[in-house]
Design a protein around this ligand. Structure first.
Ligand code: ZN
Length: 272
């Protein structure tokens, strides 16, 4: 490895993204941290990463004003540049979810996908899955755990004698009126509650504001989709793309849902 102590010492102890560069133009690895220098040093000490280190010629970094900016930037850079040593993530073109419809008979789950519904603005969605098959599998698993009726859930054919689960006592009898439908449905919703997909809580774009040592970054987000960052240090305001209806973005959703819903980040509503 040819990285000297001097170049390690040049790394800041602040939040941001770091890039391991090899001989070629494409990066070997992109990572993020709230303390770039100590994170890079822990890479150097990891025996499993010796091969990557041997190929590293230079470590670049981009500072951010806070952790959210580092997460958003890292996610976007990995998507754009697919570094050799970052874990290959399968691109999911169509995301699936479970929508619970309230019908006259009761609550009925149906599998929907990102082609037919906007996942960031549709209420009563539960779980984000890479396929309809895995959404179905999750529903079946929950049904088993919570003694729900597969027939009532639409996962099994209905018959007058009730579902198969009734015979083997994995159904409490909603299919034959032995269990009250309301009780069954309440159990379904409580089984799903941890999977609930949060609806974008604003009418349009907002800026998430992060500040450090007198410089400010504003990360513009709409419908859980990261649009770009305006930075008071570099003055990169023009890089914000034009606003248009945005597709739900799973990576941005995962990064932003907790800080936004828990109020852990300063939000400025953007004038339409
Ligand atoms: Zn049943």
């Amino acid at each position: 490895m040819v990285i000297g102590d001097a170049s390690i010492a040049a790394l800041p102890r602040t939040s941001g993204v770091y890039i391991f560069q090899g001989e070629g133009t494409l990066p070997l690895y992109i990572g993020k941290s709230v303390d770039i220098r100590s994170r890079v040093m822990s890479h150097l000490r990891t025996p499993d990463e010796a091969r990557m280190m041997a190929q590293t010629r230079r470590i670049d970094f981009i500072e951010t004003a806070g952790e959210i900016g580092a997460l958003l930037l890292e996610s976007r850079m990995i998507k754009e540049q697919s570094p050799l040593f970052n874990q290959r993530l399968r691109r999911i073109k169509t995301l699936c979810s479970v929508r619970v419809l309230q019908t006259a008979a009761g609550a009925v789950p149906e599998i929907v996908d990102s082609k037919s519904v906007n996942l960031g603005s549709t209420p009563a969605l539960y779980g984000l899955f890479s396929s309809a098959h895995s959404a179905n599998a999750k529903l079946k698993e929950l049904a088993q755990q919570h003694l729900l009726c597969l027939s009532v859930l639409g996962l099994e054919k209905t018959s007058k004698r009730g579902c198969f689960g009734l015979q083997i006592k994995t159904c409490l009898g909603a299919c034959v009126g032995k269990e009250d439908r309301h009780t069954h449905d309440a159990r379904l919703l409580s089984a799903l509650v941890d999977l609930q997909v949060e609806v974008w809580p604003f009418s349009g774009s907002v800026d998430l504001v992060e500040e450090r040592d007198g410089w400010i970054q504003r990360h513009r987000v709409n419908n859980w989709c990261y649009l770009g960052t305006q930075c008071s240090k570099t003055g990169e305001k023009s890089k914000l793309p034009e606003l248009k209806p945005h597709e739900f973005d799973l990576d941005s959703y995962k990064i932003l849902v907790k800080p936004l819903m828990l109020g852990h980040v300063k939000v400025e509503v953007v004038d339409p």
